[in-house]
Design a protein around this ligand. Structure first.
Ligand code: DAK
Length: 257
């Protein structure tokens, strides 16, 4: 029997997905990325899941796209076959995604973490874009998202040298949210996912969208999007519930409606 490429678990409104190709440091082949996009889309539609948690194992979150699969590809293959189409599906997920990163997050692995909304890393995690050493450049957003996250000169150094940075440096550069000991990574990331899962789902969804818009819209347009999203939430039950609960000094019970 072949082992599954992903290990999936649902706990307290958190959908956990573990990448499971440990023998190749979770190298992201087409089949795995397809399955990941499928599962994330299912979780995006599942009312019982309010936050997604993506993890690897202690040696690697993911060491990049599968080099074995790519090595003999031609430019025409990339254009004609939908080699990388599933990556676009992942960035369109509307629920928040937390990456819990231990070990290597390199190339496509670093790009996958950056597609997530929050990154919690262990002290031994390493982030890098080593594609330059293979004669190519990042292709799943590395030159764009890394630059937006850490600024031009830092991104340039990482991408031109291909040298990974340790978690503590990634934290200082603003690439990740927090660094925790390896043994508590899963629990800390889960607690954060659970905390977000307890928030009103519609507001969470629109907040995610609005923050992502800030990355690529001019301020005027971003502010416009924010304002309209704010107005829209006043037609939700959760807005009434949240404000009433505050006035009645009780805990709100959000339904995502
Ligand atoms: N692909 C395939 N196999 C890999 C792999 C990868 N990326 N990374 C590691 N492996 C395999 C190794 O070949 C080895 O297999 P065996 O030899 O045992 O069969 C096994 O995993 C263990 O690796 P090592 O023996 O090398 O382990 P070490 O601890 O010595 O070294 C390492 C760990 C992470 C430093 C090293 O494995 C390494 O440098 N790996 C390659 C990292 C890399 O260059 N990653 C970038 C790949 S290019 C796009 C989407 C995505 C992408 C591009 C476009 N579009 C949407 C357009 C992404 C591109 C990339 O990620």
């Amino acid at each position: 029997m072949t082992e599954s490429l992903l290990i999936i678990e649902k706990t307290e409104q958190v959908g956990k997905i573990q990448l499971n190709r440990p023998q190749v440091l979770n190298a992201l082949n087409t089949a795995l990325v397809r399955e990941l996009a499928d599962v994330m889309e299912q979780m995006d539609q599942d009312d019982d899941i309010r936050c997604i948690l993506l993890t690897g194992n202690d040696k690697a979150f993911a060491a990049g796209a599968d080099i074995g699969e790519m090595a003999e590809a031609t430019s025409v293959d990339f254009i004609v076959k939908p080699f990388f189409a599933d990556w676009d599906r992942i960035r369109k997920i509307s629920k928040p995604i937390i990456a819990a990163v231990d070990g290597f997050a390199l190339g496509g692995g670093c790009e996958l973490a950056m597609c997530c909304d929050i990154i919690v890393a262990s002290e031994t995690a390493r982030f890098g874009q080593p594609e330059i050493n293979l004669g190519v450049i990042p292709g799943a957003g590395g030159t764009q998202r890394l630059t937006r996250a850490v600024g031009k000169v830092r991104a340039m150094e990482m991408i031109l040298t291909g040298k990974p940075i340790p978690a503590q440096v990634a934290l200082e550069l603003g690439l990740i949210n927090r660094v925790v000991p390896s043994e508590s990574l899963e629990e800390e990331a889960f607690q954060l996912a659970k905390e977000i899962a307890g928030k009103p789902p519609l507001a969470v969804r629109l907040a995610k969208q609005a923050v992502l818009k800030a990355m690529d819209l001019p301020l005027e347009h971003g502010l416009h999007f924010e304002q309209h999203s704010f107005y829209l939430l006043f037609s939700s039950d959760d807005q009434r519930e949240g404000m009433r609960a505050f006035q009645e000094k009780r805990k709100p019970d959000f339904k995502g409606k």
